[in-house]
Ligand binder design. Structure first.
Ligand code: XMP
Length: 527
């Protein structure tokens, strides 16, 4: 196991992911977590992440008390990256000072040792491009350390003390697009320096999780799960079903805010391809009547969350009557980023509410149901969930689906969702747009593509007739994680074709706009 101690860098998750991509399980823990939390994990290697602070700043995060003795006692190798390296140097008696030059962005570094643990043999004078992002620099090494690379400007770029098993990189090897040899350096560190084996496989994760669930859920206990049709809930339900069969009871709620024919499409895959025991609850009238006349986006979200809980509660209650006892467990598709982000290191600038997107938890379930949780994906990143899903034979059409927000089309019909024919109109426009993207082979290149209905009427002319109809907006973005995004640049021909299809086929629309705002300053959704 490789442990990543998080000091608040925006790249910490990348380190965790890179190690896993090399086939080694890595877990990320707050850099200031108590030592006891690290001890039980028995790491072979520990990576100290970067962070936004100076080691001299008041309140700058530091290792847990006794960390260096613990690492030594455990025989673990410690690699400090950027802030992590400076922290290591300072704690071991070296010196870190504000740099004469601030080094940000791409930089050349040059090997300064004939042989090193991190780079191998004959490295003197060899150059590589790396990604730097720091203001302070190491000006005096602790005893026993050697500089094995410097930036071409002369700053210390890589250090090691092989005897004590301490290593440091001033740059970010995990940012592999800008540090092209970064993956090789991490590979050397894990396999050659630490002697770790690449033995973390998705099939093993699956087997392990199935065993855990089987031993956790007794033979006469029932489990419930809310299925949204998204990647996470579909994969998690399929996995739990494999473990306990039809003692799993899923509910799919049609809230009247789904996309074109979504309920039929999703239900048929659940039933015929995945053989999941799903109850489909048509609650569209209930949701839409509560949303009637509501224009405020936050209020819309709250109502949807509340109604969802009511439907789920009712489902659990009916199940209890049917099987004669309360369900004991609830399955949730919690992912690793949610787990890490709910315990950020102090002073990292990340806050609980900022990172777990509280407004996104529309699927939040009743707290007073007192159900025990089953969260088999809670150590996985999204791409790993997709791999797991593919071992479980979840069709690609599910695994590669664009994300869809919990409140559904309610955040895409601006204002009152029940206005006129807005929802149906939006469904048709959205379907034409997304289908055109699929036909053009662009679906997998785009993170999310959808249409937005504007409560705005403009003048047009269609078939010699003057019209006064609604406008829609097309939005397509590229993104890594939805936190930042760029708009997707379509060919003129593609757009001409889509706009023609929309105006010729969808009644009530005479104007189509494209949203070309990135995030920030805009958000992905319009509400
Ligand atoms: P924003 O609009 O916040 O969207 O830039 C970022 C990502 O989150 C999705 N999103 C939501 N997902 N419930 C969800 O489950 C929500 O209330 C919600 N709002 C936005 C959005 O589709 C994008 O992928």
């Amino acid at each position: 196991l490789v442990l990543i101690l998080d000091y608040g860098s925006q790249y910490t998750h990348l380190i965790t992911r890179r190690v896993r991509q090399l086939g080694v399980l890595s877990l990320c823990v707050s850099g200031t977590a108590p030592l006891a939390a690290l001890e039980s994990l028995r790491p072979r290697a520990i990576v100290l992440s970067g962070g936004p602070h100076s080691v001299h700043a008041e309140g700058a995060p530091t290792f847990p008390e006794g960390f260096l003795d613990f690492a030594d006692g455990a025989g673990a190798h410690v690699l400090g990256v950027c802030y992590g390296m400076q922290l290591l140097v300072q704690s071991l008696g070296g010196a870190v000072e504000p740099g004469e030059r601030q080094e940000y962005g791409k930089m050349e570094v040059e090997g300064t040792a004939p042989s090193s643990a991190l780079y191998g043999e004959a490295e003197t004078g060899k150059r590589q491009t790396v990604w730097m992002s720091h203001g302070d620099e190491v000006v005096r090494l602790p005893e026993g350390f050697e500089v094995v690379a410097r930036s071409v400007e002369g700053a210390v770029a890589a250090i090691e003390n092989r005897e004590k098993r301490f290593y440091g990189l001033q740059y970010h090897p995990e940012v592999v697009t800008h540090s092209p040899q970064g993956m090789e350096t991490l590979r050397r560190f894990l396999f050659d320096v630490c002697g770790i084996k690449a033995d973390w496989k998705m099939q093993d994760v699956l087997d392990e999780e199935i065993k855990t669930i089987q031993s956790m859920v007794g033979p006469d206990e029932d489990v419930i799960c809310a299925l949204s049709g998204g990647v996470d809930s579909t994969v998690v339900a399929t996995l739990v079903h494999k473990a306990i069969g039809d003692r799993l009871h899923c509910v799919f709620v049609d809230n009247g805010l789904l996309r074109y024919k979504e309920r039929e499409r999703v239900m048929s895959t659940f039933e015929s391809d995945l053989h999941l025991p799903v109850t489909c609850v048509d609650a569209s009238e209930q949701f839409l009547s509560m949303l009637k006349g509501i224009e405020d986006p936050e209020q819309k979200r709250k109502i949807i969350g509340r109604e969802f809980i009511a439907v789920f509660d009712d489902f659990a209650h009916k199940l209890e009557q049917k099987v004669g006892k309360r369900p004991e467990y609830l399955v949730q598709g919690t992912l690793y980023p949610d787990v890490i982000e709910s315990c950020p290191p102090p002073g990292s600038g990340r806050t609980h509410s900022h990172t777990i997107k509280s407004h996104h938890n529309v699927g939040g379930l009743p707290k007073d149901m007192k159900l025990k949780l089953i969260e088999p994906l809670k150590l996985l990143f999204k791409d790993e969930v997709r791999k797991l899903g593919s071992i479980l034979n979840v069709p690609d059409s599910f695994l590669k689906r664009h994300p869809f927000p919990g409140p559904g089309l309610a955040v895409r019909v601006l204002g009152d969702v029940t206005q006129g024919n807005a929802l149906d109109t939006l469904r048709q426009v959205d379907d034409i747009f997304v289908q055109a993207i699929k036909d053009a082979g662009l679906y997998d290149k785009i993170w999310q593509a959808f249409a937005v209905f504007l409560p705005v009427q403009t003048v047009g002319v269609q078939g010699d007739q003057r019209t006064h109809s609604n406008a829609v907006v097309l939005r397509a973005i590229t993104s890594e994680d939805g936190m930042t995004a760029d708009w997707y640049y379509f060919d003129r021909e593609f757009l001409v074709d889509v706009v023609n299809k929309i105006c010729n086929n969808v009644r009530g629309i005479n104007r189509v706009c494209q949203d070309i705002t990135s995030k920030p300053p805009a958000t992905v959704e319009w509400e």
